[in-house]
Design a protein around this ligand. Sequence first.
Ligand code: URA
Length: 209
Amino acid sequence: MGEVFTFDHPLIQHKLTLLRSKETGPKEFRELADEISTLMAYEVTRDMPIREVEIETPIQTMKANKIAGKKLGIVPILRAGLGMLDGVLKLIPTAKVGHIGLYRDPDTLEPVEYYCKLPTDINERDLIVVDPMLATGGSASAALQFIKDRNPRGIKFMCLVAAPEGIERVQKDHPDVDIFTAAVDEKLNDHAYIVPGLGDAGDRLYGTK
Ligand code: URA
């Protein structure tokens, strides 16, 4: 079963509170989503392997640590996932970026992939899939499956707010994927919005509504 990591750091909690408030407009919302994503990326990458190298400081040579050449990729789920991309890239600027977009078929209600462009060396990369809201988990689970079909080395899922229903779904469908979320909220409402949540993340990021 994949683990769920939540974030009790005061800065993340403070910024999340501002993000949730309906008084927060798109400019500030984008800035906050970006900052929270950067802070979360610090923890999401905690298990990256390091290796010892020898360097010279101005004083003497020493053995020091560097990241052990681990290849990462970041995959935002379109469109709201884009609001987390730059924040993660700030900490991992050499990561490659893939994109995946899904829509729900109006007849079958099944998620359909309409866009997927991933790094060509995906089988050598560990991916961080990002989407701000893990609600029913339907599109996250489908996106993870479409991505897994291309054989990445590993996958983590990172969101800002998760509902228990979404966590359960991803854990059931993808027991190998750890979930990182700034908060776990109470439930979903009848329209599959997270309660109390923050509304529609895509609309709030881009001022569409
Ligand atoms: N997607 C959103 O943007 N918000 C929700 O509350 C649920 C899904």
